[in-house]
Design a protein around this ligand. Structure first.
Ligand code: AMP
Ligand code: MG
Length: 469
């Protein structure tokens, strides 16, 4: 079937050991839940017939020019090396050049078993598909580099996740799906040719100005520092920052047990599988460094001299701290309306965060309220807030900058869960309504938008999030 978009599948031309060519497993009764028309136009997709789109994005019909394949990768999961990961429930359909001249992956998630499925069924349940759709599109709307959601399709089949649930397929669009773990697997296999091809591919595709493994590592490190600072500034917790879930492009990838914080607590960890709090909000920059060190280790075989490589790579990764500090200061500076924050302003930001943590303020609403005249309502220690406010006002914050840096709404976990429950019961209206709101995050909270900014009541609070795979 002709989708309109022209495929050019560069990953499929890489050494064969990096992937397995494989078609999606057809499903019983594809039905389109949602199609992202704006993104489709960017990709040059011209098909607009719902039934055809459902067939293609369920994996039942291959679009002309696609060369579906499952990517091989390994990864450190919660610090433990696992060489046997890879696309277990996903397939790369192929790549297209978008209207900006950028190469983009189009991939299916939930498309059936692959050689990397291990004991999994290769399928996705409706809940995780809708969650990824909502959160990734909200992240994009907030200006965070991220994979995108192009389509969600019901399969007409059930999947078993402790109970029977409707099955679905998400179509994900990414700058690429190459992960730290993709490099790690090639290195662990001693596959120098694969490693070299991968590095050349990533340089050409994402970092054309980078020279050699050092340039590549430096560019990825800088991009990650920027990305994590953006997560932090939105109270976003990825939840599973395993090395297989860190894209070398610098896009946020793999929305599993992720969440935005409601009450501000730097130690917040929500994922049901993160027992030690390894991926708590506060730990994310350190974990990024840990992951980058694994990438550096994987790149060593590409360097002529091991000791010199270790020294050089160590310096590059040590550069994360400075880059991150400046990115953090710029992001949090914008949140309090300071375009050129100084080191002294950094103390002002930390003081505010300290107050927010002490008072258990709602992360999103406290920042969103700062520009208005009711900000003190977000704090219990009003005297301390008034002191802070006086010092802050002396710096003459720019309200327009704040309005662009502080979303009025984020996809709140309890509302995502409510939308998912309704969808499982057959009502997709709450999902569609929520998507409209969270993809316009900086608009004023008028009318039907207002309830989406309300923090969860005590009995609505979601204390644990699940991968749901
Ligand atoms: P994650 O950390 O959720 O991205 O997944 C880790 C690994 O498990 C990846 O290799 C996935 O492809 C694989 N996986 C997760 N869920 C399934 C499933 N239902 N069937 C097969 N493989 C899966
Ligand atoms: Mg993953």
């Amino acid at each position: 079937m002709n989708l309109g978009a022209k495929f050019d599948n560069s990953y499929a031309r890489l050494p064969a050991q990096l992937f397995t060519p494989l078609a999606p497993t057809p499903v019983a009764a594809p039905k389109l839940i949602r199609f992202n028309g704006d993104l489709a136009r960017e990709l040059g997709i011209t098909t607009s017939d719902d039934a055809q789109l459902a067939q293609i994005f369920a994996g039942n019909v291959a679009p002309d020019g696609a060369a579906p394949l499952a990517q091989a990768y390994g990864g450190h999961q919660f610090g433990n090396w696992n060489p046997g990961l890879g696309d277990g429930r996903a397939l790369l359909l192929g790549e297209v050049i978008d209207s900006h001249g950028q190469r983009r992956d189009i991939a299916l998630k939930g498309s059936g078993r692959t050689p990397y499925s291990r004991s999994g069924d290769g399928r996705a349940a409706l809940g995780p598909v809708l969650r990824e759709y909502l959160v990734s599109e909200a992240m994009h709307a907030m200006g965070v580099p991220t994979t995108r959601a192009l389509a969600a399709v019901l399969t007409g089949e059930q999947v078993w996740r402790e109970t029977a649930l409707p099955g679905a397929v998400l179509t994900r669009v990414a700058a690429s799906h190459i992960r730290v773990g993709t490099f790690q697997l090639a290195a662990a296999r001693g596959d120098l040719a694969g490693l070299k091809a991968l590095a050349d591919h990533v340089i050409a595709r994402h970092y054309p100005d980078a020279t050699g493994p050092e340039g590549l590592l430096a560019a990825i490190t800088a991009r990650q520092a920027e990305l994590i600072a953006q997560w932090m500034a939105l109270g976003f917790i990825h939840g599973v920052m395993n090395t297989d879930n860190m894209a070398v492009s610098g896009e946020t990838i793999d929305y599993g047990p992720c969440a935005f914080m409601d009450l501000f607590d730097p130690l917040t960890v929500l994922s049901s599988i993160d027992h030690g709090g390894r991926y708590a909000w506060r730990n994310q920059p350190d974990i990024a460094v840990w992951n980058l060190a694994q990438l550096a280790t994987a790149l060593i075989p590409l360097m002529p001299d091991r000791d010199a490589a270790v020294e050089s790579f160590t310096n590059i990764i040590n550069g994360f701290a400075e880059h991150y500090l400046l990115a953090w200061r710029r992001r949090f500076g914008a949140k309090i309306g300071l375009a050129e924050p100084t080191e002294a302003d950094q103390a002002l930001m930390s003081r505010l965060l300290g107050l927010m943590a002490q008072d258990g303020a709602d992360f999103t609403n406290a920042f969103a309220a700062l520009a208005g005249d009711k900000a003190q309502d977000q704090f219990t220690d009003r005297a301390a807030f008034a002191d802070w406010r006086r010092d802050w006002q002396a710096r003459v914050p720019d309200p327009a900058l704040m309005a662009r840096a502080n979303p009025q709404v984020i996809p709140r976990t309890h509302l995502i869960e409510a939308a998912i429950s309704a969808a499982i019961a057959g009502d997709l209206a709450p999902f569609h309504a929520m998507l409209e709101v969270v993809t316009d995050p900086f608009a004023p909270l008028t009318g039907a938008r207002a309830p989406y900014a309300r923090p969860p009541a005590e009995d609505e609070r979601v204390l644990r999030t699940f991968c749901g795979t």
